[in-house]
Design a protein around this ligand. Structure first.
Ligand code: 5AD
Ligand code: SF4
Ligand code: FES
Length: 351
């Protein structure tokens, strides 16, 4: 049998690959369909046909960081900034609930306006709606994460972006890779469901480094992993660089499903911003989550991480219908549960 097919079979059966094996699969381009299909089978076996929807609230585009790839970076003067008040955020969560979402993801730049007390107020009010809450608000201290958790936050997303320390510190000036990792460990210690992820196609990123990213997610036993292609934004220092490739980001997603069979993996907005029906392709290549935007009004357009972002001119209601249709079209169902990770794979290995 072809060596590559053997590796795909090994991954599908054992959920283990070495770094060299991952690099071989990442560099090969003749068997991508086989990798996507294997990931789709593993998705079906471990997390079934249900797609979990998370209503995404992008509540502030103000950020004190300066990541070289991101449109929200503080040095970008070419963007109108906004921040929503706690009660406006709560009201968007109520809207999300009315559309049937069981989870909201509260995402923002790193904006110190939202003190611990404000976040606790927002989280505890949304908890009263009987929704799961995911926070995605950046690097905080252990004590801050602890306070959010106590007020009812269930999950936390913080992408490592790249596990290549040198590349990371070049792309995220003044940020420490060690601290970012510490955040992930702190969140785990506090009992959050932990989400991370990476960008695909960053300047000077190698296949070896993407293989390290995938193995890192396995090592930390992440509960959720979101991957997206890097999309150059002309208002940033990386505006003239080449962007990431859509199918490489799908392949990284598929490989993550093969190695972490029971986790939640979103079909990301960046994928569809780069390629028509990108989320449907991701959902049939290992992904099982979609995060439709439930932000309303001007804020929706202003959370401009990268150009070409889908849904900026649509309403939350329109996206809700649109995503259901897309999910039905690929013969899957919208889940009515909160969609926590069910550690079936771990159980199998322990028993
Ligand atoms: N292209 C794609 N994704 C980006 N992000 C930030 N800037 C870009 C870009 N130019 C992603 C980062 C961050 C998430 C909120 O958005 O990975 O974690
Ligand atoms: Fe801020 Fe996040 Fe953008 Fe970095 S990626 S500039 S931390 S919003
Ligand atoms: Fe927003 Fe389709 S999900 S328009």
């Amino acid at each position: 049998m072809d060596n590559i097919i053997k590796l795909i079979n090994k991954a599908e059966v054992t959920h283990e690959l070495t770094k060299n094996e991952l690099v071989t699969l990442l560099k090969d381009n003749d068997h991508n369909e086989e990798i996507f299909k294997a990931a789709d089978r593993v998705r079906e076996k471990y997390v079934y046909d249900e797609v979990h929807l998370r209503g995404l609230i992008e509540f502030s585009n103000i950020c004190k960081r300066n990541c070289m790839y991101c449109g929200l970076r503080r040095d970008n003067k070419n963007i109108k900034r906004y921040r929503l008040e706690p009660d406006e955020i709560i009201s968007l969560a109520k809207g999300a609930k009315s559309y049937g979402y069981q989870t909201v993801v509260l995402q923002s730049g790193e904006d110190d306006y939202y003190t611990v007390d404000k976040i606790k107020y927002i989280v505890s009010e949304i908890k009263k709606l009987d929704m799961a809450i995911t926070l995605s608000i950046g690097e905080k201290t252990f004590e801050e994460y602890e306070e959010y958790k106590k007020s009812g936050a269930d999950r936390y997303l913080i992408r490592i972006e790249t596990t290549d320390k040198e590349l990371y510190e070049k792309l995220d000036p003044q940020m420490s890779h060690e601290n970012r990792k510490k955040c992930l460990y702190d969140l785990r210690k506090l009992g959050y469901e932990v989400g991370s992820g990476c960008l695909v196609g960053l300047p000077n990123q190698t296949m070896e480094s993407l293989a390290d990213d995938i193995l890192f997610f396995k090592k930390i036993d992440a509960d959720m992993i979101g991957v997206g292609p890097f999309i150059p934004n002309k208002d940033t220092p990386l505006g003239e660089e080449e962007g990431g490739e859509f199918f490489l980001s799908i392949k990284v997603t598929a490989l993550i499903r093969l190695l972490l069979p029971d986790i939640n993996i979103p079909a990301t907005t960046a994928m569809e911003s780069l390629y028509p029906n990108g989320r449907s392709i991701a959902l049939t290549s290992g992904a099982n989550v979609v995060m439709p935007n439930v932000t309303e009004g001007e804020a929706r357009k202003l959370y401009a991480l990268y150009p070409g972002k889908i849904c900026v001119n649509d309403t939350p209601g329109h996206c809700r219908t649109c995503i259901s249709l897309k999910i039905n079209k690929i013969n899957r169902k919208v889940s009515e549960a909160k969609g926590f990770r069910n550690k079936t794979y771990k159980k199998e290995t322990i028993n």
